[in-house]
Design a protein around this ligand. Sequence first.
Ligand code: DSN
Length: 481
Amino acid sequence: MTENLSPLYSQLLDVIASVEPRVAQATAQELADQRASLKLIASENYASLPVLLTMGTWLSDKYAEGTVGHRFYAGCRNIDTVESVAAEHARALFGADHAYVQPHSGIDANLVAYWAILNHRVESPTLSRLSAATVNDLGEADWEALRTEFNRQRVMGMALDAGGHLTHGFRHNISGKMFQQRSYGTDPTTGLVDYDALRATALQFRPLIIVAGYSAYPRRLDFARLREIADEVDATLFVDMAHFAGLVAGKVMTGNEDPVPHAHIVASTTHKSLRGPRGGFVLSTKEYADAVDKGCPMVLGGPLGQVMAAKAVALAEARSAAFQTYAAAVAANAQTLADGLLRRGVRLVTGGTDNHLLLIDLTSFGLTGRQGESALLESGIVTNRNSIPHDPNGAWYTSGIRLGSPALTSRGFGAAEFDRVADLIAQVLSQTSPATTRDGGPSQAKAVLPDGLAARVKAQAAELLEAHPLYPGLELSLPVA
Ligand code: DSN
């Protein structure tokens, strides 16, 4: 159905170029760049053309603050439709009581969740006094009281260097400012979450919220166990499934590994393994639904109608049998990539993966993450550097490279291709060395590759990429610089 879209896209780029040619050029170039590189960034993917097309419409031009049927603006019937359809698909796909599809990003979705939990759980004299009021009635003195009351609340999330996310209580994020925070890490020997240690911390710290979820932890979590711990300390279990939502949607993570039946609130992005437009959503039990729906205007700007529409299209795609096949391939391909790297002497945090991502420990190569990332990029392999637990090189240079299988799986890569990708990565990392600084020591930033290596790897990558084209048949007539 998408084969004949070349003339349409070329016309669209012409229209854009008639106003600002540099934007048309950059848009065309981005497609060329994405086609020409091995995309292994664990949080990225390729949305389908129907999803991308849905975002480019006049649904963008409508304000629709509020919720379906209860808007602060007139004339919202079509936004009501797309929001309802997206929420209906999200509820059905994940088996959730309630879905809120307005968040613009994962961080926004997490803010909605935090706000909903505070709103629902906290004995706030100020909130009780104002319970009948809308948020617009709060005066500065009320806000000052709320800040004091909410600030005593505690959140416990996975440590950033264990694979957690900034929004799980990190000190340079609002979640680390709003709450008193304590993190849980991973076992120093196995690299795995130690549930007994987590429970002991929870019993001692008594958090209001336990956050589970990760951006760089290569293993599945046991949400039934986490809920038991949360119940024991009367905490709300909030799961951020942004990274692995596609594996939940595709029924790869079921039972104890599916957060939705176990958590009170689940937040997610739509654009990672779920392969939708950039955006977020929140799922909750019935008891949190009203509080979740207060996301806009409490912590969100007006919902983006065109993006909610694209979420509806992506969620409809994710309900198909084909998506389940895709999700199973994402997990199998990550496994193949991990096995291929291990066989070639590359060390992985936790010794492997059972989700969609893996984390290379570069310390045995004597490289920083920054050097590994740039050597791979020069060779046509796009990854991102990432801290490893107790990282000796800090959060900027790091000692790790994070890899993920969702994007290349969307291009149709299977076991044979992922094994070749492992070979290319191992070739680059094993032959790269740190550059020498002016004072003769090893640089943390610059890497040196042997002559011709990057070009040879790029050529091999190109063979794989050409065999699995991105958006096959889509040709743009605009000249690419
Ligand atoms: N930026 C996302 C990631 O790369 O994991 C998380 O926010």
